[in-house]
Design a protein around this ligand. Sequence first.
Ligand code: HAM
Length: 440
Amino acid sequence: MISKISNPRGTSDILPDQVLAWEALEATARNVLKTYAYREIRTPLFEDVGLFKRSLGETTEVVNKQLLEVRSQREDAEEEAGFALRPEGTAPVVRAYNQFDLGREEYLSKLFYIGPMFRGERPQKGRLRQFHQIGAEAIGRGANHPLLDAEMIALAVRLLQTFGLKGFKLKINSLGSAEDKQKFAAWLRDQLKGKINHLNEDCQNQYERNVFRLLDSKDKDCQDVISDLSIGTSHLSESGLAYFEEVKKGLDQLGIAYEVSSHLVRGLDYYTHTVFEISCEGLGAQDAIGAGGRYNGLIEQLGGGDRRFPDETIGAIGFALGMERILLALENQGKLFSFRHALDVFIVTGDPEFKPQAFALLEQVRREGCSADMDFGNDRPFKKQFEQAHKANASFALILGAEEVKNQTVSIKNMATGEQVAVPRDKVVEELKQRLVPEF
Ligand code: HAM
């Protein structure tokens, strides 16, 4: 027998019944995002590989080990460097912001996206190679206020609350300005100097290349060394510290509960100042359902900036929520409704000869905005056709039997109550619409 082909590991098919939960999540997200004045942006699924190397950092796990690179067959000079499927949405949004000079018209651009991301990870529960994010990014000269950090965090929390999720925790931290970050890195190196020789080669490399990575290392020995460190806020300059205080005040004002975690640094290089992560209980090892932070220097680092305002830096902050993990958490909490597709109408016929009439009626009903279908099989008895109507979750059956055809009528059957009434053929749509209220 010829073997079936399955989808690649770490990807998933979202089958028709599951799509309904996804649609509900997306529609809810869109509504909430709009109340915070965000507008949707759609960027390509792949970009020049250099975009991710320059923005996420050459030494980060996402770039180093997880980029899924694609190359076309063409030997085109323009394509020499190759492309990568987007592992996240921030770098593409900043690329588009710069390319289309959105800052020229807008003091603050509030942008959101919903879509698939790709990382060549080792798949496990909650860790996929193709996964989906709901992300928001606020970029512009008007994005430098600590209350915007608080708003961004509040938006992530509001989204999760609106989805009906419970039991999630918010951790925040501040990395300070680019200079503060350098100071922080130097301090970390100094603290770890005597201990690093006892750690594995990977950790020793990270110590040299990007010491922050050690803070979220999965290596047990490294974790022990790190947990002994007492990391405070001494790396923060006075203004960095004051900024962080304002962010916290903003969160307090909105009544948002958080924990300050000095070990939280995040796995991508572009972050400065505020970083945050939201985890949810019951998800096991992959419990981060969303994360984000400020990335002030990235716009300039990717060639953007506004020469008209040389003294004003372009600020930026954002987050992304992982949709698969949110759906898993909702399912664990029994909050995932089992949505079912439904139809307004299913047409059944008493004789194959009546099919053309049924076919014309089907189109007429659809033109009026009702969802409708019929049985396209030949010689299927009424019983089978009604079974199909039930399976399709139809509200009404329209019956064209011998009696109805003879009398120029159609019977309307309420599939829930079994109630049935014959109406004149030319009145059927009107009668049907009255019964379908208030859906119309
Ligand atoms: P991230 O922490 O890499 O940040 O990803 C955000 C969320 O996406 C994670 O918390 C998780 O829920 C989900 N996620 C990440 N990788 C996977 C995976 N392999 N399988 C399933 N879900 C996953 C970012 O992507 C940043 N761009 C967030 C951001 C936006 N920062 C500023 N703006």
